[in-house]
Design a protein around this ligand. Structure first.
Ligand SMILES: [Zn+2]
Length: 279
């Protein structure tokens, strides 16, 4: 046995000494095997619950879910302000869920920004929306499958977010053709894109499947961002299963913190002005 081993090592050291290219190859293979089985020091998750503001009851249930969830509230809804205040008291983060025109454009939410607006009207409406929800740390789009494809209007939006400062942007990716994330990058606005909708349908089987994919992505990349909705089935699922994240060594953090951990250098610098206690 030991003779065998000695022989094997002798064989390698012969090539190591005589063939630098082989040494490099050996080192590369070790590095590759290390990177493919990479173990993340921290595994991080963020979940945005959006479409909030119309129902006090569902909003209240979401706020009472455990952990650092991020709540995206629609402007000009009956309970926007009250839910934002309650969310902050429960250590949740608040975002503006900004309505943008969709392709279907059916029953647009109050405050929807659309393609026909002049720049002046667009900015006015955007400012009203931003001021309609207190404690806003960032913005994600509600609908928007039409508007997020239009670079001109997305530049108006990002110009205003950059002007106000200290706001991040999450591209909800309601269309694969969205260029909102790219325009946010152009404007140096801290940003991330949604990885999963947890409830594209509201049956438990779909939510379970999406939640498993979400966990898989976190295990593979170290972090992921999901969006879910205040539907009774989703709320019930999260009440029962959110703790699975901790069981798998995953920390649930607010979106502003996830952006700091996951993003490019300007993501990290831009949000550093906030004290950790406020995240
Ligand atoms: Zn929405």
């Amino acid at each position: 046995m030991s003779a065998n081993k000695t022989g094997k090592f002798a064989h390698l050291s012969y090539y190591k000494a005589s063939c630098p290219a082989l040494t490099v190859l050996l080192l590369l293979s070790v590095l590759l095997s290390l990177s493919s089985s990479r173990v993340y020091a921290e595994k991080l998750a963020s979940i945005i619950i959006d479409d909030l503001g119309n129902s006090y009851e569902y909003g209240f249930d979401v706020i009472n879910l455990p952990g650092a969830l991020t709540l995206a509230i629609l402007p000009r809804t009956n309970y926007a302000k009250e839910l934002a205040r309650l969310a902050i008291k429960s250590n949740k983060e608040v975002m503006l869920h900004l309505p943008l025109q969709s392709v279907e454009n059916q029953m647009p939410s109050p405050g929807t920004l659309d393609l026909h607006m002049t720049r002046k009207k667009f900015i006015q409406q955007l400012r009203l929306n931003l001021n309609a929800v207190p404690y806003v740390r960032g913005v994600n789009n509600h609908m928007g499958s039409l508007l997020t494809r239009h670079p001109g209007h997305m530049r108006w939006l990002m110009d205003e977010l950059a002007r106000r400062g200290n706001l991040y942007f999450v591209d909800s990716k309601t269309t694969s053709q969205s260029i909102a994330d790219k325009i946010a990058v152009e404007h140096h606005i801290p940003n991330l894109s949604r990885d999963f909708f947890l409830d594209p349908q509201f049956d438990e089987k779909t939510i379970r499947k999406q939640f498993d994919l979400f966990i898989q992505k976190i295990n593979h990349r170290g972090y992921a961002l999901a969006i879910a909705h205040p539907h009774p089935n989703t709320i019930k699922f999260l009440q029962s299963h959110l703790n699975e994240l901790a069981e798998q060594g995953i920390t649930l953090i607010t979106v502003s913190r996830l952006i700091q951990h996951s993003g490019s250098p300007y993501n990290q610098q831009a949000l550093n002005v906030h004290k950790p206690g406020n995240l």
